[in-house]
Unconditional design. Structure first.
Lengths: 303, 212
């Protein structure tokens, strides 16, 4: 491994006057015993699958098996055309694309896990919205995906990217951190600014629980993917403006790991707590599977 | 990959495919036991469809996973799915018991996230290996010298051992070697190994090149 921490990654990039994506490409070349063209081709394929998923979500009349997911990306797209969105066109485009991707996922369509399927909307939402705005080339977008991958690799090795282990902070939280680095690089930010953007985004997602209604990757996952794009892009803006994370990125990741370890099982992808055991959450579980959600939440409380 | 979950769908499909490749045949009867988060949320994530898809030989990005239950029924595979409240070391754990004629195989797999899969036990032996590796499972009698003979045979074929685990039921009884190697393992190696004394059965697992 060329790097196991974000600090090492930034050092390597700065010392060699390279981008984080270049260091990640070197790491992958060493790990996969592959050649550069093959790796770039594979990443281009991932980018294409991301584009196709967004396209499907925006053009097809999707409905998931549960009936809960589908059609909301199109609602957002129509709203965004009026140019009245409070968050502005760029963020609203990111929300739209994130929802389009996660709706395709909920319908068992083809997506790219980034880092997981449940968090698959954040990175495409961010890089396509920012890429459109900056008129980035395909090459830039592919590099941005390598940068996102480098961040995901460090998080996976030092904390977790699994909701069952670390809660939603490990999935959509990690995706927000990865996306923040990707768009910081797209916008011309330095490796150090990428790391600050990751830290700021992760700090905003710490403690987020994984509480899917009826065990489906639909509620709250789909809209959480969307709001996480806004967190990622605004974190990137702060880093690009020169704001630094007081807690270094690696320590934020370490905190994320400790928080995940102390999170109760009910809030780690078991649908035994949080939104899954709300009145409506339980009704949905019963309607979809004809059985109530697994028993409640909180052994220590009386309700 | 095919959604909705990398750990509960894609990783689950890889556990199924790993089991299928280790069993090296289409089973007649399959029992799938889900634990932890798999047990609680498998219907929502299509974990059952994914594991069965894997058992049919599908990869994690195969769109046929959606129809895996119907397809397995058409092929006449008897599949039972159960959940267990038993504690496991990883929240995403599945046990798969496959039967065909007299042949029975039991594998426990976990899905640690991001679409990865690992085997953590086989036929009651606790040995761990990832789906993206080449390995040999050598079931043998627990006798002195067996490990050295096997290592010698691999060395004579220029096969480098990267990682190795041994386990046994009790002193002098059934034992297992799990040997990870760097390159794909040719079938003739298994045939040569099976001819060695005290070797019961040899399984070759060559890394499945997962696309996504």
């Amino acid at each position: 491994m060329l790097f196991t921490t974000i600090a090492q990654l930034v050092d390597l990039a700065e010392t060699n006057k390279k981008k984080i994506s270049d260091i990640m490409l070197e790491q992958e070349l060493a790990a996969n015993k592959s050649d550069q063209d093959a790796l770039l081709y594979r990443m281009a394929t991932h980018l294409k699958i991301m584009q196709q998923a967004v396209e499907r979500g925006l053009t097809e009349n999707l409905k998931s098996r549960s009936g809960l997911a589908g059609g909301e990306a199109r609602l957002l797209a129509t709203y965004n055309q009026k140019n009245t969105a409070l968050a502005g066109n760029l963020i609203t485009t990111a929300l739209t694309m994130a929802i389009a991707t996660t709706e395709v996922n909920a319908c068992m369509g083809a997506i790219v896990a980034a880092p997981t399927a449940g968090a698959c909307g954040v990175i495409p939402g961010c890089i396509f919205a920012v890429g459109d705005h900056l008129e980035s080339t395909e090459e830039d977008l592919i590099a941005a995906l390598f940068t996102a991958g480098a961040i995901g690799l460090v998080i996976a090795n030092n904390a977790s990217i699994s909701g069952a282990e670390g809660g939603c902070q490990a999935e959509i939280g990690s995706a927000a951190g990865m996306a923040a680095a990707a768009v910081t690089q797209l916008s011309g930010g330095s490796p150090r600014q990428c790391a600050d953007a990751v830290a700021i985004a992760l700090k905003s997602m710490l403690g987020l629980v994984c509480d899917p209604v009826a065990g489906l990757v639909e509620v709250p996952c789909i809209k959480r993917n969307a709001t996480a794009t806004a967190t990622a892009i605004t974190s990137a803006d702060m880093a690009l403006a020169g704001l630094e994370s007081i807690i270094p990125c690696d320590e934020v990741i370490e905190a994320m790991n400790r928080i995940g370890c102390s999170m109760p099982v009910a809030l780690r992808e078991t649908s035994m707590g949080g939104l899954a055991t709300t009145k409506t959450g339980k009704q949905i579980a019963e309607r979809v599977f004809g059985k109530p959600s697994p028993e409640s939440d909180c052994a220590s409380c009386s309700h | 990959m095919i959604g909705p979950s990398s750990s509960h769908t894609a990783g689950a499909a890889k556990i199924g495919l790993m089991a299928r490749n280790i069993f090296n045949a289409q089973p007649e009867k399959v029992e799938i036991i889900l634990y932890g988060s798999f047990a609680k949320t498998y219907q929502g994530h299509g974990t059952d469809l994914a594991i069965i898809g894997g058992l049919l030989g599908y990869q994690a990005d195969d769109r046929r996973i959606v129809d895996a239950i119907n397809t397995s029924a058409k092929l006449g595979i008897d599949i039972a799915i159960a959940t267990s409240a038993e504690e496991t070391s990883h929240p995403n754990t599945a046990k798969i018991i496959m039967k065909k004629d007299e042949h029975i195989f039991e594998m426990v797999g976990i899905s640690p996230g991001g679409g990865k899969a690992e085997m953590v036990a086989v036929n009651g032996f606790k040995v761990t290996t990832a789906a993206d590796s080449n390995f040999l499972l050598i079931f043998h009698n627990d006798r002195s010298g067996v490990i050295a003979t096997v290592a010698g045979l691999l060395a004579s074929h220029d096969i480098n051992i990267g990682h190795m685990e041994v386990a046994r039921k009790s002193k002098g009884s059934d034992a297992l070697m799990l040997i990870q190697v760097d390159q794909p393992i040719p079938k003739k190696i298994a045939l040569a190994l099976e001819k060695l004394p005290h070797i019961q059965n040899v399984v070759i697992f060559n890394e499945v090149i997962f696309n996504k």
